[in-house]
Design a protein around this ligand. Structure first.
Ligand code: NAD
Ligand code: ZN
Length: 363
């Protein structure tokens, strides 16, 4: 049985059903104004979960259309978004449609962006199927696509009308995808919750590979993210803390042509940015060591870093959209569960040279 959390996410209240069986509870969040459904997800997840969702939607609405995108970060593009929109338009779906976004972060980001602009905006329900999407991407309303200039540069804030988080769906997640979600889980712990960090340290064995997780860590991650987003929906300040590890992580993803998964890149990014935090924000060295240790135990430590020279990363760091003037602005912890720079939008100016030093030290 799932439990319903009514979270204030951004500017609205969002029902989040969390627990075994939640993916079968579309009826619990369906609204009468939604007269049709577009089930949108990548080919892998639609093959596994598309029909079960379509069946539920058929019982709730007049018309159900399924639209598929090819799997993988490489397809998180404007072209994919346009193809999905054309499929929905060709099916004649009007403003009474609810987009049911199903899949990992790629599917949810693209499907959510389609919902944000289709006929100037229609509602969407997120059904996250990867660990990364369950602990992070499904919550918070950031939607978008990548461009050749960098990740997530085109997009919209569009809060989901509801989220169904079903840990049973994690059982089919490919093993190599699991660590991507663990990285975002560790990130939530470092930025906001020492006790979640300790829980992860104590349960590394249980977290080693795809499994049906007990709802506790999922719930904490959802609560942490919802709390941050509700206080700063459009990233004027506090929401930046969610970017810990992401400045370097995004640059690494771009520099490797997305050969490395998002979460794995963020894990490397947390090590490099953690070293900067130790030097620039007083993050205690023992806290930095614990971070490196837990990431290593989870199989995403510094030793997993691909052999990329800093110079290959630098152009993407400089293009980072969080930059202000010449300095990069990074979200950095000053202690476990506490972020630096509260007086200045929760980012800290960091010179490229400091990042280079940290990159070389943590190789
Ligand atoms: N919007 C946000 O706030 C936010 C937050 C974090 C990450 N993201 C984005 O999320 C993306 C990464 O998401 P991801 O790691 O989930 O990758 P993904 O969506 O590519 O999914 C990884 C792979 O696993 C497959 N898959 C997913 N769930 C499955 C399941 N239950 N069973 C079998 N196969 C399954 C997918 O088909 C895909 O091949 C990045 O683009 C990142 O930018 C967005
Ligand atoms: Zn992320």
């Amino acid at each position: 049985m799932s439990a319903e959390l009514r979270l204030r996410i951004g500017s609205r209240t969002c029902p989040v059903r969390l627990g075994a069986g939640a993916a079968g509870e579309l009826a619990a969040v369906w609204q009468p104004a939604w007269r049709s459904a577009a089930i949108v997800g990548d080919a892998n997840v639609l093959a596994l979960y598309g029909e079960a969702l379509a069946q539920q939607a058929r019982a709730l609405s007049d018309r159900v259309v399924t639209a598929e995108l090819p799997p993988g970060e490489a397809h998180k593009t404007r072209e994919t978004k346009a193809a999905l929109e054309d499929a929905l338009l060709a099916a004649g779906l009007d403003r009474g449609v609810c987009v049911v976004a199903v899949g990992g972060g790629v599917s949810l980001d693209v499907a959510g962006f389609v919902a944000a602009t289709y006929l100037r905006g229609v509602p969407h329900v997120n059904v996250p199927t990867s660990l990364l999407a369950q602990v992070d991407a499904a919550i918070g309303g950031k939607t978008g696509v990548n461009t050749p200039h960098g990740k997530n540069l085109i997009g919209a804030f569009h809060q989901p009308a509801a989220v169904l988080i079903d840990p049973e769906l994690l059982a089919t997640l490919p093993a190599e995808e699991w660590p991507n979600g663990l990285a975002e889980m560790v990130k939530h712990a470092v930025i906001a919750d020492v006790s979640l960090f300790e829980w992860i340290e104590a349960h590394v064995d249980r977290l080693a590979g795809p499994t049906v997780l007990d709802p506790h860590p999922l719930r904490r991650c959802v609560e942490i993210k919802a709390e941050i987003v509700s206080r700063d929906e459009r990233e004027a300040g506090l929401r930046s803390v969610l970017n810990f590890g992401h400045t370097v992580g995004h640059a690494l993803e771009a520099a490797t042509g997305h050969a490395i998964g998002h979460g794995r890149a963020v894990a490397i990014g947390m090590v490099v940015e953690g070293a900067v935090a130790r030097d620039a924000c007083g993050l205690p060295p023992v806290a930095f060591s614990r971070l490196c240790h837990v990431l290593t135990e989870l199989g995403i430590g510094p030793g997993t870093r691909p052999g990329v020279p800093f110079d290959a990363l630098a152009p993407f760091l400089v293009a980072d959209k969080k930059r202000r003037g010449d300095a990069l602005r990074l979200a950095l912890p000053r202690a476990p569960g506490q972020m630096a720079g509260a007086a200045d939008g929760f980012t800290v100016p960091v010179a490229l040279a400091a990042l280079r030093r940290a990159w070389e030290e943590t190789a």
